[in-house]
Write a new protein. Structure first.
Lengths: 516, 434
């Protein structure tokens, strides 16, 4: 092996919080389940039912019957368990260590919420059962809705959207319905150039045209540019606040006034709501529509890419347009009179097949109950404290393009490393994986060169933050010392090394059967 | 830490927030409590759900089924590495999720009889919406013919999202339980998409050969909303000539959970892969030539393409996809056929028993495999309430779901139902409709 394949792991500083002890061996690829398959093996067993064994030919007309069984795989339970357990060992996770993936809010997910999601009285309920038989679920959802409204300063909410992007589209359809009810059609929605990609994609699906406004040299919405695009064809603006640079939009009151003045609505992308819990509320900033990412702010686990949950809360004037049916307290009823489904008068309709990602909603409520109003504010305070500590701690080793107090995350830049040593943000990220940390978000927001977006979250200890900072400092020093070629060789000790992404796209192999 | 930042109080961290918008009080929420109190509170809600499957024997379906979930499924899919990771943006440390999703894609593609599957969408309804978006983009036509036999909630979602996209959703009615394509709205432009259920919402098997012919005649994309578990017995959507298969994957190891999180399935022919919504995992190699997996064709997605993306989906239902891969691994080739067959047998047995009840008549005579609809002599809502007193969740009322549905009851019978339960159900139904 060439010399540069030696890994020097960080030993200086605090030992806390790193997953560098994890046995991510990665010597061989794990075979697919299909390669482990052997004819005749099986895992399944079913209950004894006493139902007569009618032949298949008598059950399904020949025209509809498949010729041969679907070839899935044939494995024993033992081999099935070994396979997926080995796969799990090839996967980094919050439960292994810090995951400072900016904008994604990878905080620790309390285990009590898993227990809640597994309660037979919640997990075993059919979604089409009548309200009379699902009062517990309706009550749970109403309590969550009321809680989310208090946290956001809004009047009512829908819990149906399954994720943030679904919430965005729901919000834009609410915006559209509200304008239509005012007897007008508008065509444009404004979004800052620092916005998440889901924002413009949702705007298009909502039937609107995207108008992008630039950020100013402080990293916030450029007020002059905003005013120049505001007119009576603007349906609204979508803002993330704090924005994706981790900065609070200090002009928010002026922005709200200017947008409202032309009859537009303000949409709050709740991706960063965790930064302001109990400190400032979207409703009080002037927002009309708010989506929340329960998997970020309220710690429901992200499951390797989902599920999430993206409830949308609205101000009073938009309540009649909310998706339906929605769970409500029985009109005029007391605390024991129960709950019912109700579809708002001018509802935009259904946005989920059932009632939303309900077991995720239950987890979020459990998290909120455990933390309480006092705890939610503490979450924001510690998240902001940790991010500022990282910013301050690393502003010598890395560029901090907007080096002023940030909120829950900080965007660093590797542009100096790149210009002086050819080492990119990607190289820093890949090298960090070897230190037992997940990488920060790289190359986002798009307006920062060589962006490294670090969101430490409130659940990491000072010792872990110190270990993370030491690792990042060490990597910057290494970059200067060893240069691009050496850095680009990393990672070396992960289950696989750098992956040929171009080949994946050029020779598409989306299934085992497409293997050449 | 505050001193390091030159601060004396935590509140100073929020000096950037203008005083005028700051919350000048505490949140009006109770203070935090410990785990036992949280569990007690949530158990209180759980206890108020009478329709939990350990209290009422479940005969409800409609896209959400009470199937066996073996011990291995939560044990494996519930592993913390799968549960507490994010979207696999760093493939070097995300091979576990990526490979599990690759295997899931393979299984879904094989079930669909189509070459490509994505990494999941939110639920069956959202998959149908995405299929319509793909089909209208591919054909350049905004008109969509949707069978009345498509799940009523899917149809409702199609209506909701069509307001933004401008698609014209036309419902083609059912006759005798199957779609009457001759009754499609006259004078319309030809459809860009035709969407049909297999089996449909009433459990009936549609003539997909006729749908293929219709699509050949009109140039529409053929989208089949298939039940992926019944597919263990039935000809695949791809075999029928479908361009896209969508479906609800809850049946593969995900609990009923009051409707979520579920699993949207989406498979299509190779020609549409560049319009595929959502994430796609592909196989490749690392720098040492070892097999590796990575999300691919990323240029379709919102974080790269922004307003020109094929979909806005970002977070999907990966954990449910991993769950399905485990559950399908447990079922395997023989088990998927076996569970579908057991459902079909139980459905046959139950249908015979239920139609033996005085005053209960079949909704339609079309063949069924896992679910069936009947007409009751009383409103279904009343019967469902009475059946609960006898210990059953009797099914789903068809009121509002299909034309003249208020006396209709949709009954699903999975492999978990025993002859004894079904006999008792029929006996209770006889009393409930009397």
């Amino acid at each position: 092996m060439p010399e540069e394949t030696t890994v020097s792991t960080t030993t200086a500083g605090a030992p806390g919080g790193r997953a560098s002890s994890a046995p991510l061996l990665g010597r061989d690829a794990e075979p697919t389940l299909f390669e482990l398959s052997h004819p005749g093996r099986r895992s399944w067993s079913f209950r004894t039912t006493g139902i007569p064994e009618v032949p298949v030919d008598d059950l399904v007309p020949a025209a509809h019957r498949r010729d041969a069984p679907v070839d899935v795989a044939e494995v024993s339970e033992r081999d099935l368990v070994a396979h997926f357990t080995r796969l799990s060992h090839r996967q980094f996770a919050v439960d292994l260590g810090a995951y400072p993936l900016g904008s994604c809010t990878m905080k620790y997910n309390p285990k009590v919420c898993d227990t809640v999601a597994g309660l037979p009285g919640l997990a075993g309920v059919h979604p089409a059962a009548p309200a009379s038989m699902t009062q517990g679920w309706l009550g749970l959802m109403v309590e969550l809705e009321e809680t989310l409204c208090e946290v956001t300063g809004m009047a009512a909410a829908t819990l149906q959207p399954a994720a943030g992007a679904a919430g965005e589209l729901t919000g834009l359809l609410l915006m559209r319905a509200w304008h239509a009810a005012q007897g007008r059609e508008r065509h444009k929605v404004i979004i800052p150039d620092s916005a998440h990609g889901t924002n413009p994609a949702s705007v298009t699906l909502g039937g609107y045209e995207v108008v992008t406004v630039p950020s100013d040299d402080r990293g916030c919405v450029d007020m002059a540019a905003l005013r120049s695009v505001l007119d009576e064809d603007v349906a609204g603006i979508m803002l993330t606040n704090p924005n994706t640079l981790g900065l609070f939009e200090e002009d928010i009151a002026d922005i709200a006034a200017a947008v409202h003045q032309v009859g537009g609505l303000l949409y709050y992308d709740g991706a960063n709501l965790n930064a302001i819990l109990g400190v400032v509320r979207p409703g009080d900033m002037g927002f009309d529509i708010v989506h929340m990412n329960l998997h970020k702010t309220f710690a429901t686990p992200h499951g390797g890419g989902g599920p999430g949950a993206g409830p949308v809360a609205v101000s009073e004037r938009l309540v009649p347009f909310l998706p339906g049916p929605r769970p409500v307290r029985v009109a005029g009823g007391g605390p024991d009179d129960g709950f019912a489904w109700e579809t708002p008068a001018a509802s935009i309709g259904r946005v989920h097949t059932w009632h939303g990602n309900t077991l995720v909603l239950a987890r979020a409520l459990a998290y909120i109950l455990a933390n309480g109003g006092d705890g939610l504010k503490r979450i924001a305070q510690v998240a902001v404290l940790n991010a500022n500590w990282i910013r301050r701690r690393l502003h010598d080793a890395y560029d901090v393009p907007f080096d002023r107090p940030c909120m829950h995350e900080v965007v660093l830049s590797a542009r100096k490393l790149k210009s002086e040593h050819g080492v990119r943000a990607l190289d820093v990220a890949k090298r960090l994986l070897e230190e037992g940390f997940h990488a920060p978000t790289v190359y986002f927001p798009l307006i920062v060169d060589e962006a490294l977006m670090v969101e430490p979250t409130e659940t990491e200890s000072p010792e872990t933050l110190e270990a993370l900072a030491v690792a990042l400092e060490r990597i910057a020093a290494e970059a200067a010392e060893l240069g691009q070629e050496a850095m680009a060789a990393h990672p070396l000790v992960t289950p696989v090394r750098r992956v040929d992404e171009a080949r994946a796209a050029r020779h598409l192999v989306p299934t085992f059967d497409a293997r050449g | 830490m505050l001193a390091f930042l030159g601060l004396t109080s935590v509140d100073e961290l929020f000096d950037v927030v203008p005083e005028a918008v700051k919350l000048q009080r505490d949140l009006e929420l109770a203070d935090g409590v410990g785990e036992p109190d949280v569990l007690a509170h949530m158990e209180g809600y759980a206890d108020r759900n009478r329709a939990r499957s350990d209290r009422l024997v479940c005969f409800a379906g409609g896209g959400a089924y009470d199937h066996e979930i073996p011990s291995v499924t939560p044990a494996l899919a519930g592993r913390a590495e799968f549960v507490t990771s994010y979207t696999p943006y760093q493939p070097e440390v995300a091979q576990g999720v990526l490979q599990a999703v690759f295997e899931f894609q393979t299984m879904v593609a094989r079930i669909a009889g189509l070459p490509v599957s994505n990494a999941s969408l939110y639920d069956g309804g959202s998959a149908a919406v995405e299929a319509v978006n793909l089909g209208t983009a591919a054909t350049g036509r905004q008109t969509v013919w949707v069978s009345e036999g498509i799940h009523p909630h899917w149809r409702a979602m199609l209506g909701t999202f069509a307001v933004g996209t401008g698609h014209r959703i036309r419902t083609v009615p059912l006759t005798d339980g199957v779609t009457d394509w001759a009754a499609a709205p006259p004078g319309d432009e030809p459809p860009g998409v035709v969407l049909v259920g297999y089996p449909n919402y009433l459990g009936c098997l549609e003539d997909l050969g006729a749908v293929r012919a219709l699509c050949d005649r009109t140039g529409a994309l053929m989208v089949v909303g298939a039940d992926p578990l019944a597919a263990g017995l039935l000809r695949s959507a791809g075999d029928w000539g479908a361009d896209v298969m969508v479906g609800e994957g809850q049946a593969f190891g995900t609990p009923l959970g009051f409707g979520g999180p579920y699993l949207g399935l989406f498979a299509c022919s190779s020609s549409h892969v560049r319009r595929l919504p959502g994430r796609l995992v592909g196989e490749t190699v690392d720098v040492e030539g070892r097999v590796a997996y990575v999300t691919t064709l990323r240029a379709r997605e919102q974080d790269i393409r922004r307003e020109k993306a094929t979909s806005n989906v970002c977070t999907n239902q990966t954990l449910m996809a991993v769950t399905a891969a485990v559950q399908l691994g447990w079922l395997g080739t023989s088990g998927l056929a076996e569970v579908a067959t057991r459902c079909a047998r139980a459905t046959r047995y139950a249908r015979d028993a239920v139609l033996g009840v005085d005053g209960v008549t079949p909704w339609a005579d079309a063949p069924v495999v896992r679910e069936f609809a009947v007409r009751l002599p009383r409103p279904a809502d009343v019967v469902i309430e009475r059946m609960a007193d006898a210990g059953f969740l009797a099914g789903i009322s068809l009121e509002g779901a299909v034309t003249d549905g208020d006396h209709g009851l949709l009954i699903a019978v999975t492999e978990r139902r025993t002859a004894g339960q079904i006999d008792a159900y029929a006996a209770a139904l006889a009393k409930a409709v009397a």
